[in-house]
Design a protein around this ligand. Structure first.
Ligand code: SAM
Length: 226
């Protein structure tokens, strides 16, 4: 069998790097260079898989969020990576502005390149720690994306404080399935604890993907009022 578009065969040889969420990859056969171009719903994403996070499994989730964005919204993507969510939103809603933060300088560089590749100058890339940059947006955002499930609760306050009087937070977190407790119970408790001083309504909740035995990445779309 011949795979004409296959350039490298790669093994995952280590745990996910905690901060940048990259995988340790070893080339078993083919090209050592793991920079690649992925196309999805009319968008083009360039990424080096050793240096920045990327998952094609989030394609539906990017579309789902993009469909919710209304005209002239100010959106903040707190953990933007190479810009995938932001660029899909920017194409779907050209009047929106999407401020896109990432702490990984490689991801930031690819995000800048991807903005040019896609002609989405309504994506504003920012290099830095979301904990430092989010206070600059206090009370300015209509919508905040938090695609860093492992550290969600630690950053939720920053997201809520960046919202106008009313806005939406797309809260990604990790949930475990077991027979004694419903899947979304702990994530909902987590949100209610951090945002006990806000009025929070869950607009939608869904499993994004399975990431291990009985372990899932889930999202809660939170309508937050102060
Ligand atoms: C799971 S990846 C998601 C990337 C992107 N949203 C996507 O779906 O392709 C999480 C991203 O958050 C970034 N990150 C981790 N901690 C951060 C922080 N404190 N401030 C800003 N970015 C951070 C990582 O570098 C990584 O690119």
């Amino acid at each position: 069998m011949e795979f004409r578009r296959l350039r490298s065969v790669v093994a995952i040889t280590g745990l996910t790097e905690e901060l940048y969420r990259t995988r340790k990859l070893e080339v078993i056969a083919g090209d050592e260079n793991l920079e690649t171009i992925h196309k999805e719903h009319g968008c083009t994403f360039k990424v080096d898989l050793r240096r920045a996070f990327f998952s094609p499994r989030l394609a539906y989730e990017r579309q789902r969020v993009a469909r919710k964005v209304r005209r002239h919204e100010t959106v903040i993507n707190m953990f933007a990576g190479v810009g995938c969510f932001s660029i899909v939103i920017a194409k779907a809603e050209p009047t929106a502005r999407i401020f896109s933060i990432d702490i990984n300088p490689y991801a930031y560089e690819y995000m800048c390149e991807n903005i040019i590749l896609n002609g989405t100058d309504n994506v504003i890339p920012l290099l830095g720690d979301a904990a430092d940059l989010m206070p600059l947006f206090e009370g300015r955002a209509d919508r905040v994306l938090m695609p860093l499930p492992e550290r969600a609760a630690a950053f939720l306050r920053f997201a809520a404080d960046a919202l106008k009087e009313q806005g939406v937070v797309h809260y990604y977190t990790v949930a475990f399935a077991n027979s004694s407790s419903p899947l979304f119970k702990r994530p909902i408790e987590e949100v209610n604890k951090v945002l006990s001083d806000r009025e929070v309504k869950i607009e939608e909740k869904r499993v994004v993907r399975s990431v291990g035995p009985r372990k899932y990445h889930v999202v809660l779309d939170l309508l937050v009022r102060s």
